[in-house]
Design a protein around this ligand. Structure first.
Ligand SMILES: *[C@@H]1O[C@H](CO)[C@@H](O)[C@H](O)[C@H]1NC(C)=O
Ligand SMILES: *[C@@H]1O[C@H](CO)[C@@H](O)[C@H](O)[C@H]1NC(C)=O
Ligand SMILES: *[C@@H]1O[C@H](CO)[C@@H](O)[C@H](O)[C@H]1NC(C)=O
Ligand SMILES: *[C@@H]1O[C@H](CO)[C@@H](O)[C@H](O)[C@H]1NC(C)=O
Ligand SMILES: *[C@@H]1O[C@H](CO)[C@@H](O)[C@H](O)[C@H]1NC(C)=O
Length: 368
């Protein structure tokens, strides 16, 4: 029975040197073919770049994936999104100043998480598109986008490639988690679980989303992996039930179509809790002063970063449902999602793995 996940005995804190990273945390393969060999600040600006290398290093130094061509729906372009960065870096495109209107950047023991708002039609997302979910798995196993890679230096001080990440994006909101560590309780794959693509930012990556108009970076506690809910404690060990998004599909086995069902018909309203944040630093702008409308740099990096204030937010219990457009439906739902999907289904991922999950999750009525 899968719903109760037994936790092994504590293995102790994990130091974050590459020698001691748990298996599956560091990316072990090569960079996508259109990416530079490593994350590099100060590369020349190319607003038609095909680079798919995202770095999330600081409140004013991060990238998002977005479509290469204007007015594109994320669901249609998942496999070929490109990197858009707040600074000239990674041979990637530059996000024009003023596009990003609010950001919260969290550093935790298990992941780095970026949440924000902006006019993302300016990085080519179609107006009104409620978007979708990107991750390193995808239909081909080489990621959505294919060849997409993700680094951060917030953990080690040097740009490090991590294997597991997830990004949700719509025309006006985004959230991005890089899973930078793991232990015997949480694998990086569970902490960046990529099969809840209809649930939205606040469910999958709980945090303070009341940040449009502000730019803050904070330390934060670790959330439960997306869809995990504690049920009880046994010998000091927490047991969890897991929520799987309801999905019906068909896969082919030896040329024969086989239908399958994954997940439950009762959708939880919210993540179990919103982790506390602390030590928040606020800046007034993340502007870079680069004139990308004209397609050329004005030269100096004019971004004024005024550190002001320090604050934190206390965690809430089971938090309310999302008010943001990209949040999932907060009511219960039943039956197939196919008619009402607000986030594009990542059918390639569900595919054959879904068939395996049927046995494990079938009939598991979830919680709340
Ligand atoms: C794994 O890390 C999480 C988050 O820091 C922590 O709550 C949990 O106790 C850790 N598990 C082990 C076995 O150390
Ligand atoms: C690049 O992404 C691919 C696909 O997710 C992955 O297999 C590979 O390890 C990544 N390489 C680096 C250096 O991040
Ligand atoms: C910009 O990127 C595109 C796509 O990768 C490439 O074809 C083009 O040569 C690049 N332009 C410059 C000036 O590097
Ligand atoms: C990460 O890189 C940025 C430049 O991209 C630099 O300003 C920052 O100090 C670095 N962070 C750490 C923790 O070394
Ligand atoms: C965020 O703020 C900007 C600027 O005030 C506004 O145009 C935009 O609609 C807001 N986004 C959301 C999702 O509320």
């Amino acid at each position: 029975m899968l719903p109760l996940i037994l936790l092994a005995a504590a293995a102790g804190a994990q130091a974050q040197s590459s020698a001691t990273y748990p298996a599956g945390v560091l990316a072990s393969g090569t960079m996508g073919t259109m990416n530079p060999p490593s994350a590099t600040l100060g590369t020349s600006i190319n607003q038609t770049s095909g680079s798919r290398l995202v770095s999330i290093n600081a409140i004013d130094d991060f990238c998002l994936f977005g479509p290469p061509d204007p007015n594109t729906v994320i669901g249609d372009s998942e496999a070929y999104e490109v990197a858009w960065c707040t600074k000239a870096r990674n041979n990637a495109r530059v996000i024009p100043d003023g596009v990003i209107t609010g950001v919260s950047l969290l550093k935790t023991d298990m992941y780095v998480q970026l949440m924000g708002y902006g006019d993302l039609t300016q990085i080519n997302i179609a107006a009104g598109d409620y978007g979708g979910e990107l991750d390193p798995h995808g239909a081909t196993g080489d990621g959505n986008p294919v060849g997409g890679n993700v680094t951060t230096n917030m953990t080690t001080g040097t740009d490090t490639s991590y294997q597991e990440w997830m990004m949700y994006v719509s025309y006006e909101q985004f959230c991005f988690r890089i899973c930078t560590n793991a232990n015997s309780t949480y694998s990086s794959e569970y902490m960046c679980w990529h099969e809840l693509d209809e649930m939205g930012c606040q469910f999958v990556m709980p945090g303070n989303y009341d940040i449009n108009g502000t730019f803050e970076s904070c330390d934060a506690d670790v959330a439960y992996p997306p869809g995990w809910y504690p049920t009880s404690t046994s010998d000091g060990t927490t047991l969890f039930s897991t929520f799987a998004q309801f999905y019906e599909g068909v896969y082919t086995s030896d040329g024969t179509p086989v239908s399958y069902t994954v997940g439950t018909t009762v959708t939880p309203e919210s993540a179990y809790f919103t982790p506390s944040s602390s030590n928040c630093q606020t800046v007034s702008t993340i502007a870079n002063g680069i004139d990308v409308v004209a397609g050329s740099s004005t030269g100096s990096d004019a971004g004024a970063i005024d550190a002001t204030g320090s604050s934190g937010s206390s965690g809430t219990g089971s938090s309310g449902s999302g008010t943001t457009a990209a949040s999932g439906e907060s009511s219960t739902s039943s039956g197939s999602n196919s008619g009402s999907a607000r986030f594009a289904l990542d059918s390639g991922v569900v595919g054959a793995a879904g068939a395996i999950l049927v046995a494990a999750l079938g009939g598991v009525a979830v919680l709340l």
